[in-house]
Each structure stands twice: as C-alpha cells, then as structure tokens.
Design a protein around this ligand. Structure first.
Ligand SMILES: Cc1cc2nc3c(=O)[nH]c(=O)nc-3n(C[C@H](O)[C@H](O)[C@H](O)COP(=O)(O)OP(=O)(O)OC[C@H]3O[C@@H](n4cnc5c(N)ncnc54)[C@H](O)[C@@H]3O)c2cc1C
Length: 567
C-alpha cells in the first residue's frame, strides 16, 4: 500500500499551501523538506503579495494586463487570468488562517505600490511578508497533524509505467535512504538562483526539483528567463526589497541624478524589474556609477517610515554595509533573484499533457518557483510570486488529491531504493582527486553571472555553456570526501551541484535558442523583440545522451495582443 495519497516535496509557501489544500480535500498527505520548513526560502520574502481587491478603485483585468505586459507577452494569458481572479480570495484565506497584514488608517488591509503595477495592490506585513505567511501556514500544518518529513533530501522521483509513484530520499539525521510512496506527488521545491553567484537566494535554492523532474521525463519551459533584481546590496548580493521603491525611494547615479527619468519617464523607479536593472547596468557601464554600483536613496522618506516600514532593509544595510539609510544612500546593483522558467505545467498544475502536446510523468504536479505555468513569462512582477505559490499551491493540493483517488494501489518496486543506494556508495568510493564541490559551484556561478545576466550575447552564452559542460565532466569524477551518515552535507552539496549544473545547461541552451530580446533575456546581438518568430516558449527535454533536446510551444493569448512595451 502506498505510504500516502499525496506527497508534497517542498515546505515553502507553495508546498505548505498544497499540503493544507490536500488535507482539506480529505487526502492522506505528507510534506517533505530538506531543511526545517520555516527555513525555506519563502521565509525571506519581504515586499508583499499582489491582489486586485480595492473594489472599484482597482480591477482584476488591470492586474492581468500589468502581468501580461510585465511578462513581455510571453506569459500564458489563461493562467494569468486565473491567478489574478483567485488572488483576492486567497488573501482573505490567508487572513482567516491568521496572517496579520498591515492595515491603513481606515482599518482596511493596507497596500503599497510595486514595480510594473498601475495600481498600489501589494498587500504586506512590514517587510517580512513571507515569514509572516510561512509561519502561519506551518501552524496550520501542525494543527492538521500533516506528516512532515523534516530534513529529508529527495534524490529520485519514482516513475513506473509513466506514472510518478513517490520518491527516494535521504533522512539527513541518519544518512539512511528511504523509499516513500504516494499515489500523486506535488513538486514545490523552489527555484535555482544559486546556479548564479552572487544571488539573493538562500544557499538551498539549487533547482533540485527542476532537475529531478527533467531527469524523470518532464518538460522544462523558458529556462533562459532569469530575473535580476535592481536593488541588491554591494558586496554580498543581499536583497533590499522593492518595498523601498514602493514606498518612494529614488535611484541615483554618481552625479546624483534620478536616472530612471531617461529610461521609463512614466513609471521611473517603479518600471518593471528587467527595465530598471538594464538602466542601472547601462549607467554603470557608461561611467555614471561608483565602484560598479548606483544608489538607492530613501532619506526623504524620513526616519520614522524607514524604521517601521523598511525595518529589515534598514538593518541589512547597517549590518552588512555599515550604512545608515536615514542619512546616506546605499550602493546597490542588479543581482540574480528569481527564475521565471521551470517545470512546464498547465493551469491545473499537471506536468503532463493528457493530449500529448508536451511530455511529463502522470501523477506529478508542480507549483511555485519550481514550476512554469507560465504566469511570469519573460519577466515577473514583484509580489506576483508569493501570489503564484498560494494560488497554484492550492490547486496542486486539490488536483493531486483528486488524482490520487482515481489511482489503484499499485505496489512499487524496491529497485529504485537499491539503485540510489548503489549510486551513493559509488560516490563514496571515488578516489580523492583533490577536486572540491565548492570550487566547481563557484566556477559555475561566476560563469552564469558573467554571461547570462542583464546583458547577453551569442559568444558569452556559448562560453558559459562550454564552462558548464567542462564542469559536468569534472563532476563525474568529483569525490565525496566525508563518508559519514549523520548530516553529511558534503554529500548533499555534491548532489545539489549535479542538479544545478543540469539547470544551468538548460538556461544556456534556452538563451542560445531564443534569437531575440524579450523580458529579462536581453541580447546585445539581437536587441529587438521578434513576435513573428519568437512569440513562443522554449522547451527542454532530456535526450538519450543526457543532453537537452530543445523545442518550443505556443503562447496562449486570450485578449491581450502584443504591444510595444513602454513604462
Ligand atoms: C530574498 C527574497 C525576497 C523575495 N521577496 C518576494 C516578495 O516580497 N514577493 C514575492 O512575490 N516574491 C518574493 N520573492 C520570491 C518568492 O519568495 C519565491 O519565489 C517563493 O517564496 C518560492 O516559494 P516556493 O514555495 O516555490 O519555494 P521555496 O520557498 O524556495 O521552498 C522550497 C522547498 O523545497 C524544499 N526542497 C528543495 N529541494 C529539496 C530536496 N531535494 N529534497 C527535499 N526538499 C527539497 C526546501 O527544503 C523548501 O522547503 C523573494 C525571493 C527572495 C529570494
């Protein structure tokens, strides 16, 4: 008998929302995470979550349009319409669970302005929105008695007869491998920011689920679309949330000019992230930066607002850069932040297409940053990601429960566990050739950050792909020096590097395939958007030789025809 009806891999916002929904749908659901659940990267989300719910002042259509435009018309409009329509109810659901959102003077749920939005529709909890929601959801998980496999690391998805039936995972406390079976699996394992160095992402954002699904036959979509956030702290890449610009912060160059006037005269600092990041990179390149940075200036907001509404950012600048934002501007620059691409799903979060337009294992669902529905297309709007995690997390939990109900209880072969055990023993048996995981990881991160950042071209992307291929060869010989069972992080980092290299390869291949500039993918050698040839998604499937086989899928357009994108 299967251990569970539904197994959710990941305990960030998408995973917890899926587990709560599956539990409410009556499924025997379990959640698995390689870190303690509230250490998931969702915990770091600061700025907020979008929804159009200010009555006549705002509208769902306006939220949809902003998201479509933000995506540079690459987002699938049916999925975007669904997400924006579900948003108001989801905010209320979160409030009912116990999330204490900030309120305005009239006692209504408070909003702040965010980039690319034509109306202030971002709901927030100071600048700790992700933490506030994640902790409340974890309480709900505990209250419901959902089984939570904490600090378990997934090494394989079990697929038999084209159907996903569970996972193989390492119990990190002991090092023991287990097979955990389920009639449906929800992947909610987050993004792959750490394939880039530096990144705003936690060190655990290593694309495990993206690579696991890809290896198991799923289709990856638009992997070339990588977001660089405009305001990351000089030196270490820590995020200073868009909340700062939402509250009215200026971006200044070395001459003290608000340079966004020249790039986005209407929205200025609140243009979409790809536009602002390119503007900053241009200022820096043309000599109007200081030490590779421009400045974020909040002084005019006053000490009170800075200390209350931007408390975390204020402390981060003080602790990590020694700068008091009340009296000084902070040096910032664009830094890797988010991946728009991921495992292809339909709006019902299925990774397979019943009609066969794309491939993926049945019974495998995906939601959150690991997935590409696609609601963000070429560029995600700030505060739309938290929204995606809860809206599609809920759908995934419900859909997986319904799928599980229809499945017979098929016994699963023990071969998957034996294979994984043999693979890990073989890793332990590798001779120490002096190579180290950290070194390979850094080389990958630097190459990706050099060639797949804000500006790209053919030569650079080819060079990064060459670096990734070289690292993959070295990875085949890379030893695991520490052989112990208890919390063997040497082994975990090794496996994570393998996942990241596979993701990095598809990011480079996607970039090389897409012969235009769109959203975050800006090619200096092909600067125009080409709707005739490229109003489509890129796809990657693993080939027989282990290399990606690239292809494409059409974009779903409902009523918003592509227009020139100006802010
Ligand atoms: C600093 C920062 C600030 C942000 N601020 C905002 C914001 O204000 N608004 C917004 O909309 N978006 C924001 N984002 C983006 C948003 O937070 C993320 O996209 C979103 O939280 C991802 O949620 P998730 O549930 O998909 O994944 P995550 O929260 O990343 O969770 C992934 C889960 O998968 C588990 N996992 C991964 N691999 C394995 C494995 N091999 N085995 C077992 N478990 C595994 C992890 O343990 C974890 O529990 C921010 C991102 C960052 C980095």
């Amino acid at each position: 008998m299967a251990d569970h009806d539904v197994l959710v891999v990941g305990a960030g916002l998408a995973g917890m929302r899926a587990a709560i929904a599956a539990h409410r749908a009556g499924a025997n659901v379990a959640m698995m995470s390689k870190v303690h659940p509230v250490r998931s990267h969702s915990n770091a989300a600061q700025g907020g979550i979008n929804a159009a719910m200010r009555g006549a002042e705002d509208s769902i259509d306006s939220h949809v349009y902003d998201t479509v435009k933000g995506s540079d018309y690459l987002g699938d409009q049916d999925a975007i319409e669904f997400m924006c329509a579900e948003a108001p109810q989801e905010i209320i659901n979160l409030e009912h669970m116990g999330v204490i959102f900030n309120r305005d003077e009239e006692g209504r749920l408070g909003t702040r302005a965010f980039g690319g939005a034509s109306y202030a529709r971002t709901f927030f909890v100071a600048d700790i929105t992700g933490q506030a929601i994640l902790h409340v959801m974890y309480e709900q998980i505990l209250k419901a008695g959902v089984r939570s496999y904490e600090e378990w690391f997934v090494t394989d998805l079990i697929v038999e007869d084209g159907e996903c039936r569970g996972v193989v995972a390492i119990e990190m406390l002991t090092g023991k491998l287990h097979q955990v079976t389920a009639k449906a699996v929800v992947l909610a394992s987050g993004g792959v920011g750490r394939a880039f160095e530096p990144s705003t992402n936690a060190l655990i954002c290593t694309g495990d689920g993206i690579a696991l699904a890809y290896r198991a036959g799923a289709t990856l979509l638009d992997m070339e679309m990588v977001q660089y956030h405009p305001t990351t702290l000089a030196g270490n890449g820590i995020l200073l949330s868009e909340a700062a610009r939402g509250e009215g912060a200026y971006l200044l160059n070395s001459k003290g000019e608000r340079f966004m006037d020249g790039y986005a005269p209407n929205m200025r600092e609140l243009a979409s992230r790809d536009v602002v990041s390119r503007a900053e990179a241009t200022e820096i390149e043309e000599g109007r930066g200081v030490d590779g940075c421009v400045f974020l200036d909040v002084r005019h907001l006053g000490a009170e607002a800075i200390r209350t509404k931007l408390k975390y950012i204020y402390e981060a600048a003080l602790d990590y850069a020694g700068i008091d934002m009340i009296t000084e501007p902070v040096p910032i620059r664009p830094g890797q932040h988010y991946i728009m691409g991921g495992v292809k799903t339909d709006p019902q979060t299925r990774t397979w297409d019943p009609d066969g337009a794309w491939k993926g294992p049945r019974g495998l669902f995906a939601a959150g940053e690991v997935a590409c529905v696609s609601v963000h297309g070429g560029n995600r709007l700030g505060a739309n990601s938290l929204l995606e995690t809860v809206v599609f997390g809920k759908v995934a939990g419900e859909m997986a429960s319904a799928h599980a109900k229809e499945q017979p209880d098929t016994p699963v072969s023990g071969a998957h566990l034996a294979d994984a055990e043999a693979r890990i023993q073989a890793l332990f048996g590798r001779p120490d050739n002096g190579e180290r995981t950290a070194k390979l990881r850094l080389d990958m991160g630097n190459a990706m950050n050099e060639h797949l950042a804000v500006f790209r071209n053919e030569e650079g992307m080819r060079s990064a792909l060459g670096t990734v291929h070289g690292l993959q060869e070295r990875y085949e010989e890379l030893p695991v020096v520490h052989k112990g069972g208890v919390y063997n992080t040497d082994l975990i980092f090794h496996l994570e590097l393998g996942y990241m290299l596979e993701c990095a390869e598809t990011i480079c291949e996607g970039g090389l395939l897409r012969k235009e500039s769109r959203g975050a993918h800006y090619r200096r050698d092909m600067t125009e958007r080409d709707d005739t040839a490229w109003l489509k998604h890129t796809t990657a499937n693993v080939g027989e030789d282990g290399r990606p086989v690239m292809g494409s899928l059409p974009v779903t357009v409902t009523k918003w025809e592509p227009q020139k994108r100006v802010y």
